[in-house]
Design a protein around this ligand. Sequence first.
Ligand SMILES: Cc1cc2nc3c(=O)[nH]c(=O)nc-3n(C[C@H](O)[C@H](O)[C@H](O)COP(=O)(O)OP(=O)(O)OC[C@H]3O[C@@H](n4cnc5c(N)ncnc54)[C@H](O)[C@@H]3O)c2cc1C
Length: 387
Amino acid sequence: MIPSDLKYLVVGAGLWGGVLAERIASELGVRVLVIEKRDHIGGNCHSAVDPATGIECHVYGTHIFHTSIPRVWDYIRKFTEFTSYRHKVLTEHKGRVYPMPIGLATINMFYGLNLRPGEVADFIRREAAKGADADKPPANLEEKAVSLIGRPLYEAFIKGYTWKQWEKDPRELPAGIITRLPVRCNYNCDYFDDPWQGMPLRGYAALFTALFGHPLIEVRTGVSWVDVAGRVPPSCTVLYSGPLDELFGYSLGGLEWRGLRFERETLPCPDAQGTSVLNQADVEIPWTRSHEFKHLHPERGPQGDSTVVAREYSRTCTPGDEPYYPVNTPQNQALLDKYRARLAAEAPNITAGGRLGGYRYLDMDKTIDDALGVFERLRAAHGERGV
Ligand SMILES: Cc1cc2nc3c(=O)[nH]c(=O)nc-3n(C[C@H](O)[C@H](O)[C@H](O)COP(=O)(O)OP(=O)(O)OC[C@H]3O[C@@H](n4cnc5c(N)ncnc54)[C@H](O)[C@@H]3O)c2cc1C
């Protein structure tokens, strides 16, 4: 099943694996085999058209492309055009809807004020000083957040959301989870600051079809690393974007992840929430946010009389669940270091990367940038070996 003369095997047909496969095929002119355990390419960026409504739905949560990295922007546009979509997030608290992140509009609506941009920083400083003990460093996430933005804004917008995300009282979470809570002093309600933002014009599925489209790339879906592990020739370079602990059979223990559950519903109305992503700040509402996919593509028009909404619930990742977010504790970091040391000592032909192989949260642009960096090192090694 694995050709004995195979030079490059990519494990995982997500963005990291896709960029590496494409670069190897296009730049080195060498055949690449990609194996993917799911039945589709695209990893967590995958989108699929809902057959009943024709609406493109993001299966693993809303994905918006945004970057400040010129080489990433130049690279990704070889495979797709982008729309001019700029993402805005709203959050509902006690039946009222506010822009996120916290900015001048949020503060003025919440406090019933009419502050000017030059007054915001002082206002927040005074609010923060009221709630924090200046002589004592914050002992937990709640104290840290209150010391940054004051108790009223914390209670409204951070407390309930954090509870739901971690299924824990913020007083039980370490202060170090947050270093800053950005507050904008103007009415700019864009969620991202990056100069280049947008949605793939024809969707993520088309982007990934183009990315994996080189004739020297062969993709086999429904095949996991465990199916082939013992049969990869030692001369084959493996680019592995599955979970690092899985690579070693979890022999040192499992790295912890947060999981998500999406509850999708088709509603008989043209517009259910008026925006693509609506956060729910209050703990009484069990989901963290809801996604209404048609709003990601306003250029496609009204897209029919019904709409698709997915409610997102956060939960602990148990065996069999999709891992979504790494849990950055000192214990997990120490375990990660041990797995990395084993990888270097025992499997010099395997490079692990991407969000699962690197055990880190990476936006899409950082994933591409990382893969391009890995490819540059690979190209140098490839030249030395004179393959
Ligand atoms: C909820 C959520 C929302 C996000 N929204 C955004 C956003 O708006 N903008 C943004 O820039 N980024 C966003 N991201 C980040 C984005 O998803 C990542 O940057 C991207 O998915 C990373 O690509 P990857 O290839 O490393 O991982 P993945 O997309 O996870 O791809 C890895 C692939 O490897 C496969 N695999 C795993 N194990 C094996 C195995 N043993 N054998 C074979 N195949 C295997 C998996 O099935 C998967 O297809 C979001 C992430 C999450 C969790």
